[in-house]
Design a protein around this ligand. Sequence first.
Ligand SMILES: [Zn+2]
Length: 58
Amino acid sequence: MSDEKVKDPVCGMTIEKSSADGPAEYQGRQYYFCSPGCLKKFEQEPEKYATSEQEGAS
Ligand SMILES: [Zn+2]
């Protein structure tokens, strides 16, 4: 019962932390990903994804 859900900031998928890729740490926070591809994208442009929690972006 400890399958904590986390959100992949790159594609927006909700995933289980225990089976996620990562974590990648950015500005003191840890981020988890659905795939190595999303992890790689995040590492290339962390500022783009880490701040995309607000709605309304194109
Ligand atoms: Zn993803």
